[in-house]
Design a protein around this ligand. Structure first.
Ligand code: FAD
Length: 393
């Protein structure tokens, strides 16, 4: 293999580039990235950076020396429009064609939008540095009434940051509790309480039917007819995998790029990593796209091994892991929570907003949740065993 092209210049793409060189690949390496920025870290975009406490330079994933050592060609601000599977040629939006022996797909995901949300200024999504700069500018000019749609991790972090800036924040969530799907009903209600503790109004079990305003947003209309005044709106209603450019490529797509457990796709010498990749997970036994930072840094090890060895090798069964920082509380989850899994507090107390809970399914420990208890959480996370076949949901 003499040439590899990575499409997507963010965390998973960057991690793949580093891994290729670390594994001794010395052929030519090209990275195509739709954003004009060098790879940067996304988690601070909803936290320190959004608060105004961090410069964009501090988000950089690498130093100038690291770029030099990696000896890759970076085509930034360039989008891959199409992959021709016959001669493995990538067609870019500037007319360039790149013929390559192998492709790493690392195109991540794009935020979903609510219809009508494109029409008015002041309505935001948050995925990129450019998104965060636009939202930060709106928040820091002191626009008082902020409505966040969706109380998932991004929505909750934005609400927490906006509140820390002294703004009046309302969160609208369609489910009965925030984060119900990720943490279950009981722990979702703990997250409801966190919003309340900090003076954020949380409206659950209601959807959004539209927006009011002429040029700039003035309000959010709810499905029950209520109208919430809004100077700034943030839509945090999930993401869709960025796979449109793969149409006609022969790469199978079904809510993400369909891969085997070694990250191999349906086209030889094409692998996928990060938020865009849908793989069977050896810990949970489920096929899923895992949208977590740690996964995007670790999974490229598997993909690179598959590419360089020519045979698809499954990774070790490590529990999926993420963290979220909201309202000065660090929430950490490892493993997988199903709708009927029962959390038991093993340390601390919910009232103190500091505890560790272990989730059980059919007598097996399937997940650990830590709230402001990183030490014990990290210890217990390492004791989780792959979910046995009979307990897989
Ligand atoms: P992405 O970061 O989405 O990158 C994909 C890149 O590919 C993008 O730059 C995109 O422009 C580019 N691209 C797309 N299509 C094309 C194309 N056709 N041609 C060329 N380039 C293309 N995870 C946690 O575990 N904890 C956290 O606290 C946390 N906080 C987060 C906060 C925010 C605001 C966000 C957005 C995410 C957060 N995450 C967090 C998730 C984590 O950042 C993601 O899992 C990670 O960024 C995924 O990396 P990726 O490279 O797979 O995808």
């Amino acid at each position: 293999m003499r040439s590899v092209t990575v499409v997507g210049a963010s965390l998973a793409g960057w991690s793949a580039v580093r891994r290729l060189r670390a594994e001794g690949y010395d052929g030519s390496l090209t990275v195509v990235g739709a954003e004009r920025h060098e790879p940067y870290d996304r988690p601070p975009l909803s936290k320190e950076f959004l608060r105004g406490g961090m410069d964009a330079d501090a988000l950089a994933l690498a130093t100038a020396e690291e770029y030099q050592d990696l000896d890759a060609r970076w085509l930034l601000g360039r989008c891959a429009l199409r992959l021709d599977p016959h001669d493995r040629t990538l067609h870019l939006d500037d007319g360039r064609e790149i013929r390559t022996d192998a492709v790493v797909i690392a195109t991540g995901a794009v935020p979903r939008r609510i219809p009508g949300g494109d029409r008015l200024r002041g309505i935001h999504t948050l995925r990129t540095l450019d998104d965060a700069e636009a939202l930060r500018a709106d928040l820091l000019t002191g626009r008082p009434a902020v409505v966040v749609i969706g109380a998932g991790f991004i929505g909750a972090e934005v609400a927490s940051t906006a509140r820390a800036l002294g703004l009046d924040v309302t969160v609208v969530e369609a489910a009965e509790h925030p984060l119900e799907r990720a943490l279950g009903r009981e722990m979702g209600s703990v997250c409801s309480a966190l919003h309340g503790d900090h003076g954020v109004r949380l409206l659950c079990g209601v959807g959004v039917s539209g927006f009011t305003g002429e040029d700039r947003v003035g309000g959010v209309r709810l499905s029950d007819g209520r109208l919430l005044p809004a100077d700034v709106v943030v839509m945090g209603v999930g993401v869709s995998p960025a796979t449109g450019w793969l149409a006609g490529s022969g790469v199978e797509v079904d809510d993400g790029v369909v891969c085997d457990s070694g990250c191999a796709t349906s086209v030889p010498n094409v692998v996928a990593v990060g938020d865009v990749a849908s793989c069977p997970d050896p810990f949970t036994g489920r096929r899923s796209r895992i949208e977590h930072w740690t996964h995007a840094t670790e999974q490229p090890k598997t993909a690179v091994r598959t590419l360089l060895s020519g045979s698809s090798l499954a990774p070790a069964a490590v529990p999926p892991y993420f963290w979220s920082d909201q309202y000065q509380v660090r929430i950490q989850l490892a493993g997988h929570v199903g709708p009927d899994d029962e959390p038991r507090i093993v340390e601390g107390s919910v009232d103190d907003r500091s505890f560790v809970a272990v989730y059980h399914r059919d007598g097996h420990e399937v997940a650990v949740l830590g709230v402001n208890q990183p030490k014990l959480f990290n210890r217990l996370r390492r004791t989780l065993l792959p979910i046995p076949e009979a307990a897989r949901s």
